[in-house]
Design a protein around this ligand. Structure first.
Ligand SMILES: Nc1ncnc2c1ncn2[C@@H]1O[C@H](COP(=O)(O)OP(=O)(O)OP(=O)(O)O)[C@@H](O)[C@H]1O
Ligand SMILES: [Mg+2]
Length: 308
């Protein structure tokens, strides 16, 4: 490690300690600290835009004053670090093995968005020994104080990993495109989460649509089918992201569209999405959602705990 990197890390650790001390003091003084949220972004079908949505939404949230951490749990093709143009040196696997600490695994992205990069180690998170779990949870504890929002890129499909991450998060946003296979696969994912685990609340985000009319028409058909076959479920329309050539161009430049083309049509939608989700913030959330996310995830408390 060169001297500059070391210095940056030292400063970072120091500033994290300051935030921790401030938060501890606030809690001691009886003040209610801001409660962090965890939102999982998922899809039935792959390639519908989850990773781009997570990255650009993170930036939109940052711009309205949130401290954001991305957990890249997607082992798909284009990972968060590629879209952000980063080259992470270590990942969560090093943490599980006890070779690195959490602060060394977190990568600094543009505009102060922090990232836990993807790795095959993610799969092992659900199969740890008790000792490993305790160590990890202690480390993850500090995330609760450091961030207002954890966005999880869960990957596509209905594999056990994807299901775990969706169960562990307090809120989940399903991404669909107007393509029929994307819609039926999203339906299949929601069906499993509902019938098998009793999950009843979802946001639906339409991506790659021509306009709002198309987005609303897909949403309306989707929610009608869900209402008919899964009564009591709530699918909130979270809005839409238009099909945008600037987003495609930004991906090829390994930059988030919010950075490369801030005036692009999709950027307006990412801002609106962050505003929408901010308004949806529950006033009474369980204290320490980020902590509970990890606890549920690696502690395997995915069934009874999640009947909500
Ligand atoms: N709003 C959009 N407008 C135009 N193209 C888009 C849009 N969103 C995504 N794309 C295209 O879809 C591609 C896949 O996006 P992305 O990698 O974010 O999907 P994903 O759901 O994360 O995929 P995977 O399931 O493989 O992880 C992008 O590289 C881009 O070309
Ligand atoms: Mg992806």
């Amino acid at each position: 490690m060169d001297q500059a990197t070391h210095l940056r890390q030292m400063i970072e650790i120091k500033s994290q300690n300051i935030i921790k001390q401030k938060t501890d003091r606030a809690v001691e003084a009886g003040l209610k600290a801001k409660v962090p949220r965890v939102i999982a972004v998922a899809s039935g079908k792959g390639g519908v835009g989850k990773t781009n949505i997570v990255v650009n939404l993170a930036i939109a949230f940052r711009r309205i004053g949130n401290r954001v951490l991305i957990f890249d749990a997607d082992l798909g093709l284009a990972n968060i670090d590629i879209i952000f143009g980063l080259n992470p040196k270590c990942n969560i696997e090093n943490m599980i093995k006890g070779e690195k600490e959490l602060s060394q695994v977190i990568v600094k992205g543009p505009e102060g968005v922090d990232i836990i990069p993807a790795s095959s180690g993610v799969q092992e998170l659900t199969q740890l020994t008790e000792g490993q779990k305790m160590n990890l949870l202690n480390e993850f504890d500090m995330l609760n104080r450091m961030y207002d929002l954890l966005l999880v890129d869960t990957g596509a499909g209905v594999s056990s990993n994807v299901i775990y991450f969706n169960l562990a998060a307090e809120e989940r946003m399903i991404v669909v495109t107007p393509e029929p296979t994307s819609v039926t696969d999203a339906y299949a994912l929601i069906k499993i989460l509902y019938f098998k685990y009793g999950i009843k609340n979802f946001y639906l985000l339409l991506n790659m649509v021509n306009d709002e009319k198309e987005a609303k028409s897909v949403y309306s058909k989707f929610s009608k089918v869900v209402d008919r076959f899964m009564g009591g479920i709530s699918i909130d329309y979270a809005g839409f992201i238009p099909r945008d050539k600037f987003l495609v161009e930004a991906v090829s430049r390994r930059k988030p569209v919010m950075r490369a083309y801030p005036d692009a049509p999709s950027c307006k939608s990412f801002k609106l999405l962050a505003d929408y989700l901010s308004k949806k913030e529950k006033t009474e959330q369980i204290d320490g959602n980020i902590k509970f996310f990890w606890k549920r995830l690696i502690g395997g408390e995915t069934d009874a705990d999640n009947k909500r």
